[in-house]
Structure formats: structure tokens, C-alpha cells
Design a protein around this ligand. Structure first.
Ligand SMILES: NC(=O)c1ccc[n+]([C@@H]2O[C@H](COP(=O)([O-])OP(=O)(O)OC[C@H]3O[C@@H](n4cnc5c(N)ncnc54)[C@H](O)[C@@H]3O)[C@@H](O)[C@H]2O)c1
Ligand SMILES: [Zn+2]
Length: 362
């Protein structure tokens, strides 16, 4: 069991509890003297497995539990669902010292965190993540939000949780495809900041990875937390480092109409962006091959055989983030070391990637 302290502005200091048991979460709420009412937000998949344990833990502490269980998936991140949760808060006369506890992946914590930030201008918000992606990414950093038909995460807020509570056992029921999404993000942390993380993925057998997960999760959280502490509201450009693999990855994800999951898309994004790093002289050839091999070893997509390059660029040419025909990248200098804010002409990126696809065929 471990506690990581996140040092934000004075009133915003909070802890991430790692390796605790879901059974004990109620006691922690009592210790922290939160109010009597707790609204649990979860989805049907997660609630059917872990709902009872959490509810028992809260009722043992004489909490009044309100549960709101929604359909799983990205499409649940709507203003409509946010309104329904707000309505439940109001109907149950929840006050400012009461709590919204999210039990689930990033969809649930983004939605629940958003509601916690606006109900009565902010109530206690406890995150209990259950996907690997939420452990290492979505539950850290204070970004909350919902989607609009016009785009993802268009409405939201920065709102830090009261605490984050992680029981590693929840990962045992996570479908393999979801585990891989988290693995892709952890490999990203390795490439941007930690050779130690990268070497575990490179050197240890795939079927032994479970053993290393607690270490990998803790290291990843520390990397994201360090960045967030320095740039809480994303105003200083320091968070950009976390976007490695995401400039291309995001374009691949959207232009291929979600044929690839987010994790698979950023795996391809990392391959493409490391190739660009090599071709522009930022890193050696062997760094590119090391990245590719690690992704292949962990069964993430590592070549562009099912990607249509023109689709990516048709999308990018109309993307608002592309300023005057230029793209901004985080490029790799070595494993564990990157450079941010590198501007490359979109036409050059397209040329380099087409070269990469040709290379892949030999
Ligand atoms: N706020 C942030 O900083 C941040 C960062 C990254 C991603 N996100 C957001 O996170 C979302 C993606 O999160 P996600 O990948 O966790 O998706 P998710 O919440 O949709 O969960 C993925 C699937 O796994 C199921 N599931 C979750 N935990 C389970 C468990 N322990 N056992 C069995 N099934 C389980 C869910 O029901 C769902 O079907 C996106 O909306 C994205 O925008 C936010
Ligand atoms: Zn990501």
C-alpha cells in the first residue's frame, strides 16, 4: 500500500492511494469527515462486478448511498447524463460536504468529475478507477468533461479530486483490449521520461508483465503528476510532453473512424513520430527500431499496413490545430528523452510517412 501526494495550490493538495482494498474506501471517507451522502456513478459492466463491495463499505460507515449506473462507453459522456446526475444530487438534497464517487474507467471519471465540479460550485469528488488507462492517465490531472455532437471533451472543467483510490484487483476483470490501451500509454511514459519503464517492456517476458504492473503504474502516475504540478491548468505548455504519439495518433483514430482504439492509434502514432524523429536527425535509427519492437512484442499495432496515409492528411488539412500548414510534435532524442514544440510542415510529414510505409515493405 502506498500514498502519493499531489502538490497543487495549497487548498488542492490530495493523495492517490495505491494498492488499497475497495472494502476500505468507506472508512477513508469517514476519516476525512466527508458528509453522509455518497452518489456512486458507475457503468453497468463495472457496477455489476464491484458495486456491491463499494456499497457495503459505505453503508458500514452509515453513509446514505445513491447509485447512478449508466450504459458503458464513450457515448455516455453527454450533457444529458450530466443533467441526470445533477438531478439525482438535487433530489437527494446533497450538500457541499457530500461526495460523488466515480467507479469505472475514464468515461465515468470525466463525466462524474464534471458534475462534481459544477454541482453547488463543487463538491467532494472521489475517483476509484477500474481501467489501466484510468489508473495512469484519466484519473490524474484534473481534466473533466463531456462530449458534444461537434466534438470530444468540448465542455469541461479543471477540477482536482479529493482523493484517488486504487485497488489493483479491479484490473483482473478488465478485457484484454482495454488492458492494451493502458499499456500503450505506459510505454509512452517510458519513451518520454523513463528508460526504466521502457526497459521492463523490452526485457521482461510478456506473460510476466502482471508482476511489474504496480511498479509501472506508480512510475507513470509520478511522471504525469510531476507535469501536472508544474502546469495545473495547461497554461505553460508543459503538458505538451504528454502528447507524444498523440498528434499522429489522434489523426489516425479520427480519420479511420475508430477502426483503431485510442491505445492502438497512439501506438501507431508513436511509431510514426519516432520515425519522423529519426529522419529529422533527432535520434538514431536504433531508437526507432527499439520503439517498434517493444510495441510489436506487446501486441500493439506497429506498422502502417492497415492505415491509409492519405486519410490522415485529408483529415489534418482541415484540423484547426494545424496552423499555416504546420504540425507541432514532441520528438524523441533517446529513450526517456524528448523535445517538445517541434514544428514540421505537413507536406514534409506526409513525405516522411510515405517513405516509412515503403521501408516497412522491405
Ligand atoms: N481526464 C483525462 O485527463 C483523460 C485522459 C485520458 C482519457 N480520458 C478519457 O477517458 C475515456 C476513456 O477511458 P477508458 O479507456 O477507461 O474507457 P471506459 O471508461 O469506457 O472503460 C472501457 C470499458 O471497460 C469496461 N470496464 C471498466 N473497468 C472494468 C473492469 N475493471 N472490469 C471489466 N470491465 C471494465 C467499461 O465498462 C467499458 O466498457 C475517454 O472518454 C477519454 O476522453 C480522460
Ligand atoms: Zn492518450
Amino acid at each position: 500500500m502506498k500514498k502519493i501526494r499531489v502538490n497543487l495550490k495549497e487548498e488542492n493538495i490530495y493523495f492517490i492511494y495505491l494498492g488499497y482494498s475497495l472494502k476500505d474506501v468507506g472508512r477513508l471517507l469517514t476519516e476525512k469527515k466527508y458528509g453522509r451522502k455518497v452518489l456512486i456513478l458507475s457503468d453497468t459492466n463495472v457496477f455489476s462486478i464491484y458495486g456491491e463491495v463499494i456499497k457495503d463499505s459505505l453503508t458500514k460507515e452509515e453513509k446514505k448511498v445513491i447509485d447512478v449506473v449508466i450504459r458503458p462507453g464513450e457515448r455516455a459522456k453527454t450533457l444529458h447524463n450530466a443533467y441526470n446526475i445533477l438531478k439525482n444530487c438535487a433530489e437527494n438534497e446533497m450538500g457541499r460536504d457530500d461526495t460523488i464517487l466515480t467507479l469505472g474507467g475514464g468515461v465515468i471519471s470525466d463525466l462524474g468529475g464534471f458534475v462534481a465540479s459544477i454541482y453547488m460550485r463543487g463538491i467532494n469528488f472521489v475517483v476509484v478507477p477500474t481501467t489501466l488507462l484510468a489508473y495512469v492517465d484519466a484519473s490524474i490531472g484534473g481534466k473533466t468533461g463531456v462530449n458534444l455532437p461537434f466534438g470530444k471533451n468540448l465542455v469541461g472543467s479543471f477540477y482536482q479530486p479529493s482523493f484517488v483510490y486504487m485497488d489493483y484487483n479491479t484490473l483482473s476483470t478488465l478485457p484484454k483490449r482495454e488492458v492494451k490501451q493502458g499499456i500503450a500509454e505506459i510505454i509512452k511514459y517510458g519513451i518520454i521520461k523513463s528508460k526504466k519503464i521502457f526497459d521492463i517492456f523490452r526485457d521482461k517476458p510478456v506473460d510476466e508483465m502482471k508482476k511489474y504492473l504496480p511498479f509501472l503504474i506508480e512510475e507513470s502516475i509520478k511522471i504525469k503528476k510531476d507535469v501536472v504540478e508544474k502546469d495545473e491548468k495547461e497554461k505553460k505548455g508543459l503538458r505538451e510532453i504528454l502528447n507524444f504519439g498523440h498528434t499522429l495518433g489522434h489523426a489516425i483514430e479520427i480519420s479511420h473512424l475508430s477502426k483503431f482504439s485510442h491505445g492502438e492509434s497512439i501506438s501507431l502514432g508513436m511509431v510514426g513520430e519516432t520515425y519522423i524523429s529519426w529522419k529529422l536527425g533527432f535520434c538514431r535509427e536504433d531508437v526507432y527500431y527499439a520503439v517498434k519492437e517493444v510495441l510489436q512484442k506487446h501486441r500493439l499495432p506497429f506498422n502502417f499496413s492497415s492505415v491509409v496515409i492519405d486519410k490522415i492528411f485529408n483529415y489534418l488539412r482541415y484540423d484547426k490545430k494545424v496552423r499555416q500548414g504546420n504540425l507541432r510534435f514532441v520528438l524523441v532524442e533517446d529513450i526517456g528523452k524528448v523535445k517538445t514544440g517541434i514544428v514540421v510542415k505537413i507536406e514534409d510529414v506526409s513525405k516522411i510517412l510515405k517513405e516509412m510505409v515503403k521501408d516497412e515493405k522491405y
